[in-house]
Design a protein around this ligand. Sequence first.
Ligand SMILES: O=c1[nH]c(=O)n([C@H]2C[C@H](O)[C@@H](COP(=O)(O)O)O2)cc1CO
Ligand SMILES: [Zn+2]
Length: 162
Amino acid sequence: MSEKRNDYISWDEYFMAVAKLAGMRSKDPHSQVGACIVSPDNKILSMGYNGLPTGCSDDEFPWGRDGEDPLRSKYYYVTHSELNAILNYRGGSLEGAKMYVSLFPCNECAKAIIQSGIKTVIYDCDKYDKTPEVIASKMMFQAARVSFQKYEPTHREITITV
Ligand SMILES: O=c1[nH]c(=O)n([C@H]2C[C@H](O)[C@@H](COP(=O)(O)O)O2)cc1CO
Ligand SMILES: [Zn+2]
């Protein structure tokens, strides 16, 4: 037992798993999104998931997706995981940081990511890649020189018993 373990998880696996773990806190019945912000020297700075702003009850605001009245769907109210991760940060600057996120950021989150100084986005799912929001997001990232790369899944199963 004096040898070093060699089946430990990689930095990428660790941070994407942390992002997905944060997403498991989401109350959204359709899409649970998690984000983890990491410093250039691999320290976790902040995390977030998609949820309602403080004071807006999970039980009173809607979680539906569509309907005639936009005030009765979730979209006007939910704070996205990426924005929550940025706003949850209580330290100094995020300049040069990386963001691991389970879903490609929308255009509004892209603006916040760019303005916060985050320079790299590592994303997993890109299920909305044909939408104008995600197309606009990619255009802004390219113009602002924020690199975005698809997380390369290793398919390692990580089991945590709590
Ligand atoms: O980047 C994102 N980050 C994020 O947290 N979200 C949240 C908002 C909603 O709660 C949910 C998307 O809902 P839906 O897939 O039902 O349209 O995910 C959505 C996006 C869209 O890309
Ligand atoms: Zn967003």
